[in-house]
Write a protein that binds this ligand. Structure first.
Ligand code: NAD
Ligand code: DAU
Length: 343
């Protein structure tokens, strides 16, 4: 059986490929990735020599190239991780988000219709539900929560989700969607909160916390997300959406303080800076459906996961030092250079 994994040179897709090849040694995995700034071929170096693995540099929006690859490989399952994934970048430049996240999804699904598929799985996000107020800890996102997006990123992901469900209803495409909360773990690109704070702490650089740092995210160790997707593509019901999250809500400021503590760095590095525009306050997933239907529960507790993650960054300096020595410097200057210190 051949599985297509798009965006496999990125954070979650890369972790998924490592996970999947271990769990299903008889299946073949083909990674389709454009290698944008967020794609790192070095993430896949441990599997490059595996005869069951193939890497193809390709843009999911390139219809001709995608059709050719489908013809050549006849995949049984497609798991679509490929996306522009960073909210702050979407605020700066929404267009590429609409292109990749919506039109790229359409091209992949058209290929699935044309060549046939057992399952098309769309990796989506809890951000499609918008946010929850801080003073209502009793509220959670369920699969029935209405879509109500805040950023160009989340809007593009919601647009893609709607299109996926439309392809199911209109063309009977066998689809599933997962909507997961914030992931953390190895190979996380250092533009996102946790790896950015680890990398800056190690260099004794300021830790730029947006606003008061009171926003809440529901953190899940990336391997738990990979296991959820593996279950959904094999045992999940066609046409269904599954929320994925582990009831692990934390304030940004508490995460950053914890990272300082683990690395023996002073909290005085924390610098409150101008808030993100349209900043979502709180995300919180209700994972009852995936638990009841597929028996999924998170296995890694945050206390252990964050220690493992920090250890990974300490032991894989080359991976992230290569990233931050390049174009990343310009990105950092652009995003944080003019961000005012607010206290
Ligand atoms: P990432 O930014 O680390 O990786 C994205 C990957 O997609 C990169 O390898 C990039 O090169 C590739 N890519 C981008 N545009 C492409 C294109 N046009 N064609 C082919 N490849 C392309 O993202 P991530 O954090 O690993 O997220 C993966 C998926 O999971 C995304 O769809 C995201 O919306 C979703 N998600 C992420 C999180 C999270 O916490 N990171 C949580 C829930 C859902
Ligand atoms: O909830 C799932 C989503 O989680 C995914 O769909 C997105 O692809 C992924 O990037 C992530 O989005 P967030 O915006 O929640 O993640 P980010 O790491 O960018 O920010 C987490 C929180 O930390 C958020 O409240 C903003 C804040 N933050 C972030 C950065 C980069 C800071 O305070 N300072 C920073 O420098």
């Amino acid at each position: 059986m051949t599985l297509f994994v798009t965006g496999g040179a990125g954070f979650i897709g890369g972790n998924f490929i490592h996970y999947y090849l271990k769990q299903h040694p008889d299946d073949r995995v083909v990674c389709l990735d454009k290698l944008t700034y967020a794609g790192n071929i070095s993430t896949l170096s441990p599997v490059m020599d595996n005869p069951k693995f193939r890497f193809v540099k390709i843009d999911i929006c390139d219809r001709k190239a995608i059709y050719k690859l489908f013809e050549e490989e006849t995949p049984a399952i497609v798991v679509n991780f490929a996306a522009e994934s960073h909210v702050d970048r979407s605020i700066e430049n929404p267009e590429i988000f609409l292109q990749t996240n919506i039109l790229g999804t359409q091209v992949l699904m058209d290929a699935c219709r044309k060549y046939g598929i057992q399952r098309y799985h769309q990796v989506s996000t809890d951000e499609v539900y918008g946010d929850l107020p801080l003073d209502r800890p009793d509220l959670f996102f369920t699969e029935e929560t209405p879509i109500q997006t805040s950023s160009p990123y989340s809007s593009s992901k919601a647009g893609a989700d709607l299109l996926v469900m439309a392809y199911h209803r209109t063309y009977d495409l066998p689809v599933t969607i997962s909507r997961c909360s914030n992931n953390y773990g190895p190979y996380h690109f250092p533009e996102k909160l946790i790896p950015l704070m680890i990398v800056n702490s190690l260099a004794d650089k300021p830790l730029p916390l947006y606003g008061e740092g009171l926003n809440v995210r529901d953190w899940l160790y990336v391997a738990d997300h990979c296991r959820a997707i593996d279950l959904i593509i094999h045992e999940g019901r066609v046409g269904e959406i599954y929320n994925v999250g582990g009831h692990n809500e934390m304030k940004n400021i508490d995460i950053v303080k914890l990272i300082c503590k683990e690395l023996g760095k002073p909290e005085s590095l924390i610098t409150h800076v101008t808030d993100r525009k349209g900043h979502d306050m709180r995300y919180a997933i209700d994972p009852t459906k995936i638990h009841n239907e597929l028996g999924w529960l998170p296995e890694t507790k945050f206390e252990d996961g964050i220690k493992k993650t920090i250890k990974w960054y300490l032991e894989h300096r080359e991976w992230w030092e290569t990233i931050i020595s390049g174009e990343y410097q310009n990105y950092y200057e652009k995003m944080y250079g003019n961000r005012e210190r607010v206290r």
